[in-house]
Design a protein around this ligand. Sequence first.
Ligand code: GDP
Length: 524
Amino acid sequence: MDQPLKNEIASRRTFAIISHPDAGKTTMTEKLLLFGGAIRDAGTVKGKKSGKFATSDWMEIEKQRGISVTSSVLQFDYDGKRVNILDTPGHEDFSEDTYRTLMAVDSAVMMVDSAKGIEPQTIKLFKVCRMRGIPIFTFMNKMDRMGKEPLELMEELEEVLGIESYAMNWPIGMGKEFMGIYDRHNRRVELARGEGDGRFLEVGEDGDLTEPNPIQDSSYFRQAVDDVQLLDEAGNSFDVDRVKNGELTPVFFGSALTNFGVQTFLETYLKFAPAPQPRTTSDGGEVNPYDDEFTGFIFKIQANMNPAHRDRIAFVRIVSGEFDRGMQVTVPRIPKTFKVSQSTQFLADDRETVNMAVAGDIIGLYDTGNYQIGDTITGGKGRFSFEALPQFTPELFVKVTPKNVMKSKHFHKGILQLVQEGAIQYYKTLHTEEVILGAVGQLQFEVFEHRMKNEYNSEVNMEHIGSKVARWIENEGDVKESMTGPRSMLVKDRYERLVFLFENDFALRWFQDKNPDIQLYSLL
Ligand code: GDP
């Protein structure tokens, strides 16, 4: 591989922002894009006045645009780096796609609302990142409001998420009294109300300012200096390798809304965030981003909700090499080779897209039904596949039947395809073979219903059976049907594996007490 291409790849930083709804992800994304010059005004990311990106808006937008591509990957250049931010929807759009998107990034930024601390959706997304061992950078947001004490927030990271932390900076005051941050990493104080270079004050060896400044009289400033001293003595030390392995999260304080601390965060983040990483193959090998051959894998397939355009877009994370328009790609699973000239859409901030994409980038391929989630794609002759994408434990379930039994062929065909595509998970009851669908987010059911009707001409009845705790079984041979009861249901998944669906955690514990020999496990 020639040096210019190597440099291109080394400049990529591909990440996702994970957070609970309302922590400030959209606001942060807008601010990052402003720094990157990708947008001129804030407020252009997802026109969401209500602070929500509702299901109906999503479908409407899909219709208007034909397909929503730009909202899935945002790209901008900063400080010689090309930044790819992958969208991980929250709210009702939360789905398995959200999890799978985390398979395509090299690092994650975790936004925390400092008044609320670590919230449920953050925990879920964090676990997926943790499992991959990717670096996680934390931004404690909304410091312009009264929130929890910074030390308490740091403790929560450790206690709730079990990750060690290192404060890169520390807030000076909070809410109306928020004066700025004490930047440990850059050894300076950044004033919330300062302008230009004047907003930075240098910090000396003793931890105090090198030049006298009125801020030194403030009790908040003294408190911050004391806290930082405490962290220096008793806290974790900064260790780049531990950050890279996802064992230590660097923590930044700031306010996305007032755009305070965002630039410092971005610059420090880009310094430590990893360039594209190698990926493991199913036979235990590894593909390096700097390998000459183009390779990638599909982590998401987005169907067009507009019946006039049947096509779908398969999102590919490029693992190695370079992708060019017009190249031949092979999907070893089928195996089939396609020329992707017209069928390719590059995902960038606008239509003036670059004519090439390299390892670390995301491209969208028009799909007429060839691709599946998890597919490996190569530009060469290699017949290998990347390690399979994980399956996630669903939490919501519905029983589904065709409205018109005469059309059960359409019904089964539709389900089969949508399950293969990864849109939804399939289960069936043991003897009656009723179809049960599982999902991690409610929207998956709505999309399923919509697509069954529009793409497979099959209207469905969906009976909600609520949330369940799904557990797979290590020693299936020991399971007897008499072990099921009103609070547990035994079903099979699409691979014919037995699965217990428990009413709740209590029912699960009760079952384990009664049947201590049955070894249960959950997927991710
Ligand atoms: P998302 O759901 O995570 O994308 O959150 P949004 O970015 O839509 O923010 C949710 C709400 O919090 C909005 O009303 C924002 O204006 C507000 N918000 C975001 N960042 C801050 C911040 O730093 N300070 C304050 N006070 N509000 C913020």
